[in-house]
Design a protein around this ligand. Sequence first.
Ligand code: SER
Length: 594
Amino acid sequence: MTHGEIREKFLKFFEDRGHKIVPSSSLLPADPSVLFTTAGMQQFKPYFLGDADPVKDFGGRRTVSIQKSMRTSDIDEVGDESHLTFFEMLGHFSFGDYFKKETIEWTYEFLTDVLKISKDRLSATVFAGDDKIPFDEESYNAWSRFLPADRIRKGPREDNVWGPPGPEGPCGAANEVYVDDMEVATLVFMEYNCDKDQNLTPLPQKGVDVGWGLERIVMITQGKGNIFETDLFEPIMKLLLDSPNKWLGRIIADHARAVVFLIADGVTPSNKERGYVLRRLLRRMIIQLSSYTDDFLAPISKVVDLYGSYYTFDKQMIIDVVELEADKFQKTLTQGRKELERLESIDATKAFMLYESYGLPFEVIKDLGREKAKGLTREAFDEEFKKHQEKSRAGAEKKFGGHGLLMDTGELKAGNEEELKKATRLHTATHLLHAALRKVLDPPAGGEVQQAGSDITAERLRFDFTFPRKMTPEEIKQVEDMVNEAVQKDYKVTKEEMSYEDAVKSGAMAFFKLKYPNRVNVYTIGPESFDPELKTEGPVEGHNPSSSNFSGPPFSRELCGGPHVSHTGEIGHITITKEEAVSAGVRRIRAVVE
Ligand code: SER
């Protein structure tokens, strides 16, 4: 059976049993508390919670889907027999309709009748029970009709209660289904809403959320020893025969798939959040490929072709994004490699230096450094990030004496009070400029303009940002006008300290770092910007409920160490003096204030 046939059979099996086929949702969920779509249930969350009506939207209470999914939690396992970052999940769902008995019956029937897997290879686990959720006797009994007692195990909360992705959502007791020793499906019986503090409250209706890992079930059905030998991977693996070892070939294949699907859903490489995940995967793929071939586009192209009958791709757009990032990376890679070779051993401090100066991600340092980087752990590397963060915060404190600078935040430098005043005006102008660029420019790959660097003196500001082409004179004028309008309106600039999570939820722009300090400063620039005096009644639409002091969409909101002026009117007139390229995909604007 090909993977195409398995897909069809799954959809048909459940369609015949009254399920409506629903297309995969994007890898980027609408829910801002989660980075990626990690399971088929995500797009159906409101139906489980009773917040949306499945009958109205799907004509019934049963749906079936094949969902694009992405899990970065398994990234260190990629290369073994069965772990991936990007994968597809076959799922079927009931919103207040059938429950355990039918679910278990169909699972068994699909495995044995449709996929022809011998029942002797099957086993299942059910929840043993604890003080919050009782033993799942109903599932146990349902499985007993098909499997002998020694093939039904009672398992703990970690394995047999499934919680929602993100801080809260529907959850319940779960069964795991195994073929030989491999887990192929999870059957979740949604009965509770689980809140942030892990409190459970019963849902208005019970639900079923079943997810099968497509790659794994294809592997088992096709009788292969690992997922990379299935027809989902074979065409890609053929291109990678020359890779230095089996493990690296698998990593390249996994990353190429993830890269294609992430870009197709609108992610562009950057230094934060989703963009940063993409950058890491892409750079690692490029570096592994470049050790033996110049053609790093071949696997990308193959993934697009392989999945073209199931998903729609803009192949050229994907290739453009990959090439742009590859160009950018190549510029620092040679030097980074040299530096890496020069080092005798690589600890976390050195690894962080390689990351900062040459853009080498943690995984790449581990791969390239091999023996030298043996002692380097992800935890130590993350710790180094944190230290660095603290250092740059400390650097933002006023420095007297020392090297004669009154202030040096890394971004802003001033030698005396007079210079500091001017640089502060330019700093606030930089925030306005960043916000205006985002409002005016629309990058073709669907991502957004990202800050790539900023350097401020008393004379001028210099702002680098990601954008694939030269700005037109009209665009420059539009940005300049928008910024000066914000100055004329004399918006209030407010600072608020909050948790990093709240800051991101409130829409603050931030550079992605692995670890942020618990409390961060957010600078908001009008209109109706943050007002500490204002106490609104409950959440305001479009805003994070915990930041109800925000009374309207601001012009700009950024995580920042300061300093800033208190009203935009203090800035003066802003003139953009130059717009130029820094490197492929990165532009630089210089501006002055009068
Ligand atoms: N939500 C469960 C999982 O992700 C089943 O779909 O495994």
